[in-house]
Design a protein around this ligand. Structure first.
Ligand code: PMP
Length: 285
């Protein structure tokens, strides 16, 4: 069991990169987090599509194709030899002059980190986690579009810090107009009178791959699911709340701003989707 880092096709145990890489200096990079099942990457085609879409959105040219990434992932996963792995693929703007102008960066750096996956503790799934509706706003789509997965996460870091100060494990952010968006590294769903609701992409959020799968599973299993715009306060009326993400999967929320959500325990809709999503991952291989 090990951590291996692939740097532009070479595998290392540890890696130092230049302080002049604009990924480090300015968060000028894009990334993906992928998890494995039976040590095979889950939904890899979707993650690579999103990686290339994010790169395109910031005019970053990735000088490789999917085949190259598949090969590099295979050798890096093989070298790490974990039971299950956490994979982080980062593409930075590369090394340039110390000023903000990206035109001085001529060669992107591609870093693939493979390490043993750290799952969330089981009690989080059994009891649910605490979240807080924070004052930090999610970026507007015409500022830094949240649907582009860049290495600039300071917006989310600040939200997480605010939530932690309030005694919560994660934050829910609204957009500058007060409408619900997402968590710091997860998408938001809530349930009211048996209906599943989730903020629509035009609220300004990342189109999560787990979100997409959960929407599909909900439809296939006869749930009424709606994407829309809801003010932050609507969340206080929810019977159930859950978050979705590659590592979290489907994570129940038991408390919002210190108050119990519904019964204060994972509700029936959340429990069903947790199970359905678990089964879907197993069926991928
Ligand atoms: N929103 C944000 C801001 C995220 O960082 C993530 C994690 N990548 C998600 C949502 C969930 O996306 P996914 O299901 O693709 O992991």
């Amino acid at each position: 069991m090990a951590t291996k880092i692939n740097f532009n096709g070479e595998i290392h145990d540890q890696l130092s990169i230049s302080v002049l890489d604009h990924g480090f200096l300015f968060g000028d990079s894009v990334y993906e987090v992928v998890c494995t099942f039976n040590n095979q990457p889950c939904f890899l085609d979707k993650h690579l599509d999103r990686l290339f879409a994010s790169a395109k959105a910031i005019s970053l040219n990735i000088p490789h194709d999917n085949e190259w990434f598949l090969e590099q992932l295979k050798v890096t996963l093989g070298a790490a030899d974990n039971d299950e792995s956490y994979i982080r693929i980062i593409v930075t703007r590369g090394v340039g002059e110390i000023n903000i102008d990206p035109s001085t960066c001529h060669s992107p750096n591609i870093i693939i980190i493979v390490m043993e996956i750290k799952e969330y503790p089981e009690p989080c799934y059994e009891k649910g986690i605490h979240v807080a509706l924070v004052s930090i706003k999610r970026n507007a789509r015409d500022a830094l579009n949240p649907n582009v997965k860049t290495g600039n996460y300071l917006n989310n870091v600040l939200a997480k810090m605010e939530a932690n100060k309030l005694g919560a494990q994660d934050a829910i952010m609204v957009n500058p107009w007060g409408y619900l968006t997402e968590g710091t590294t997860s998408n938001l769903f809530f349930v009211r009178e048996g209906h599943i609701l989730t903020p629509s992409l035009d609220c300004g959020l990342l189109s999560g791959i787990t979100r997409e799968m959960v929407i599909q599973l909900s439809k296939e299993n006869g749930f009424h699911i709606e994407e829309g715009q809801w003010p932050g306060e609507e969340l206080y009326e929810a019977d159930e709340i859950f978050l979705t993400g590659t590592i979290k999967r489907v994570m129940p929320v038991s408390h919002l701003d210190g108050r119990p959500v519904g019964s204060g325990k994972p509700g029936p809709v959340t429990l069903k989707l947790m199970r359905l999503y678990g089964d879907l991952i197993k069926k991928q291989l």
